[in-house]
Design a protein around this ligand. Structure first.
Ligand SMILES: Cc1ncc(C[n+]2csc(CCOP(=O)(O)OP(=O)(O)O)c2C)c(N)n1
Length: 679
């Protein structure tokens, strides 16, 4: 084994690049886990982007007008961590040495909120690609909203590194198509064309002409033949920055594990450490000391560290411009600050409509449209749209305009039939800050965007989803469109609030609950079919929804023998069943439980007043899989749900066939009561 302990007299650029490489190799080796090859291949790219192109301030990673950088291939996380460390972010060498350890700030895949400078959580391939598109859309929208002639306070780019896996995943196709359509000129993506994925060469499964594909989407495409050619990278990035009408893709030919004598260009360099011997050989090839793990040459530290001074100057210059703008437009600046902080205007809730029973019957999707349009003027940050279903999801902001190329200030987005892309874009918009994004489709198609919803929850992003056509109650479209397991599946995502309102007042409260939440996403689950109005002068007010669940209709005498639990469209059904039960002498309480997560977060004492532990006779009624309800009905209770796929028919017939009639609910409830009483 040929090794040396003398650093080669490399030029400063090479020294910096090799510092990224060796830090990545060492961290993966120390953790005995991770992906060294791609950081080694892309170190020159990260170096050029961070030191020459990205307008960032390492000492203030939250500077609102910073350029965004997304590492979409999150498995190459050590590339990002090493670069952030060297560029002067608050990420120490010790942090790098804790790579992938419990409680560290350098987890296996980048996690937003944990590590300064990490703009989004990546790992599930393709998501970061779509996040960047959302960030660029938010930037364009906010620029249109806040910039004034002679005052540019929003003007930044979004950069990303994307990999073969990112480009194979469907979500990137959707997001790339949308980005090209919109002409997001400030989006600059570098594609790591290294010909390697886990199973081997990309020839095995990926043979399209990526450059042509992106040209077809309307992107500006360039090629860099050698990832080690810093001048070529520099020039391509500069040309991408000069291109303002189209997003840019720079296809960079790289070599995984570059410089490793035995691992370069092999899939082995993908997901496991190089090994002590191979690291020594590779370091020797770099002219690096082999016995100094985590070594950062002073010259590299100093050169990279200049990012700090440059970043401070960049932000100071922006602060000056911001100050002039703020003096000229103080009201606008106040709006900006609130939007950046994610604060809603004071007393925005006053814009919420007060519906009465006289306004019904109506579908909750219709109530939602009224709510959205009532609150939109009071909430200028609210921006969103549907995946080509706005006329059905009722999510158009009237007079909000269509957000399209050069109509960036508009508020209605058209995601096209791209649910997954929409999910990733919504996350990017929320990550960017300054907007409160919402996205809509049918509940059944939430499955198409579930990975992005999960990441919204993981990142605690305040995204609002409007999912309509929420059960077999949608009728004739049949089982392909009728959700069964979707509610349970969404409820299983930690941190996601799933809210299924029962009438107009609950729908207003549902929007309120979703929007007043700043630390996580919410789903509004709405019906296609009309629901009877609930007489709120007779029953409890709908603001009980803000506690997740509440006693809607008390049992006669105030001492229930039976509890009916329901959400959304089944609440009215339970009220009707209650009439039958009460008429037959059974004191019956109806509990509306529009958001089980919110209810679960209430103090036990409150929950016990709603669901008294002494009352074991409980029937939950929901037009969906019963999965998950047993926590609330207990061992003695039962669930009237659906454990098969739906059917194509008028919805009244479907409800009848599935037993969702007041008579059957009452009969099932009586059976539960009899069993509990007899036990
Ligand atoms: C959605 C998704 N599917 C599968 C994986 C598992 N995975 C991690 S990396 C990888 C291969 C990635 O290959 P490529 O994108 O070319 O990255 P490189 O090999 O160049 O590092 C796979 C399949 C993942 N992270 N995300």
């Amino acid at each position: 084994m040929t090794t040396t302990n003398k650093p080669v007299a490399a030029d400063l650029d090479t020294l910096c690049v090799n510092t990224i490489r060796t830090l990545a190799m060492d961290a993966v080796q120390k953790a005995d886990s991770g992906h060294p090859g791609t950081p080694m291949a892309l170190a020159p790219l990260a170096y050029v982007v961070y030191t020459r192109h990205l307008r960032h301030n390492p000492r203030n990673p939250d500077w609102p007008d910073r350029d965004r950088f997304v590492l979409s291939c999150g498995h190459a996380s050590m590339l990002l961590y090493a670069t952030l460390h060297l560029a002067g972010y608050d990420l120490s060498l010790h942090d790098l040495q804790q790579f992938r350890q419990w409680g560290s700030r350098t987890p296996g895949h980048p996690e937003h909120g944990l590590t300064p400078g990490v703009e989004t959580t990546t790992g599930p391939l393709g998501q970061g690609f779509a996040n960047g598109v959302g960030m660029a859309i938010a930037e364009a929208h906010l620029a249109a909203r806040f910039n004034r002639p002679g005052h540019e306070i929003v003007g930044h780019r979004t950069y990303a590194i994307v990999s073969d896996g990112d480009l194979m995943e469907g979500i990137s196709h959707e997001a790339a198509s949308l980005a090209g359509h919109l002409g997001l000129g400030k989006l600059i993506y570098c594609y790591d064309d290294n010909h390697i994925t886990i199973e081997g060469n990309t020839d095995l499964a990926f043979s399209e002409d990526v450059a042509q594909r992106f040209a077809g989407y309307g992107w500006h495409v360039q090629r860099v033949a050698d990832a080690n050619d810093l001048a070529a990278l520099d020039a391509a990035l500069a040309a991408a920055e000069a291109e303002r009408a189209r997003p840019s893709l720079i296809v960079v030919r790289s070599h995984i594990a570059w410089g490793s004598p035995h691992k370069q260009d092999t899939a082995e360099a993908h997901g496991s450490p190089l090994g002590v011997e191979e690291i020594a050989l590779t370091k020797a090839a770099y002219g690096w000391p082999v016995d100094r793990p985590f070594w950062v040459p002073d010259a590299a530290a100093a050169h990279f560290g200049a990012c700090v001074g440059r970043g401070a100057a960049l932000e100071a210059e922006w602060q000056q411009r911001f100050g002039a703008w703020e003096r000229a437009f103080p009201d606008l600046a106040a709006e900006w600050r609130a939007a950046q902080a994610g604060e809603l205007p004071a007393q925005w809730e006053r814009a919420l409509p007060a519906f009465t029973a006289g306004d019904g019957p109506a579908a909750t999707r219709s109530w939602s449209q009224k709510v959205l349009n009532a609150i939109a003027p009071a909430l200028p940050t609210l921006v969103g749209g549907a995946a080509d279903l706005a006329p059905s999801t009722n999510t158009l902001i009237k007079g909000g305009g269509d957000l399209e190329r050069d109509r960036w200030g508009a508020r209605n987005m058209h995601f096209g039939i791209r649910e997954h892309g929409m999910g990733g874009v919504l996350n990017g918009m929320a990550l960017h800050r300054g907007v409160r994004p919402y996205g809509a489709t049918f509940l059944i198609f939430s499955d198409y965007m579930r990975p992005s919803i999960r990441l919204a929850a993981l990142m605690r992003l305040p995204v609002t989803y409007v999912f309509t056509h929420d059960s077999v109650g949608l009728g004739e479209d049949g089982p392909t469109h009728q959700p069964i397991e979707q509610l349970a599946a969404l409820r299983a995502i930690p941190g996601l609030d799933v809210i299924r309102p029962a009438d107009g007042p609950e729908t207003a409260a549902a929007w309120r609950a979703a929007l007043q939440r700043s630390d996580g996403p919410s789903v509004l689950v709405l019906t296609r079919q009309k629901l009877p109005a609930i007489d709120r002068t007779r029953f409890a007010p709908a603001d009980g929804l803000l506690r997740g669940g509440y006693v809607l209709a008390e049992a006669s005498g105030g001492a229930p023998r039976l509890l009916l639990l329901a959400t959304g469209s089944e609440v009215g059904l339970c009220l009707a069943a209650r009439e039958l039960l009460e008429a037959a002498g059974t004191p019956t309480r109806v509990v509306s439980l529009p958001c089980l997560q919110l209810f679960a977060r209430q103090a036990a004492a409150y929950r016990d007043t709603v669901l008294p532990p002494a009352v074991g006779a409980r029937l939950a009624v929901e037009l969906a899989s019963p999965f998950g309800w047993h926590r609330w009905v207990g061992t003695a209770g039962e669930v009237l749900g659906i454990e098969r796929f739906g059917a194509s028919a008028p919805y009244e017939r479907i409800l009848q066939e599935f037993g969702f009639t007041a008579e059957n609910v009452a009969a099932r409830a009586r059976a539960v009561l009899a069993r509990v009483a007899g036990a």
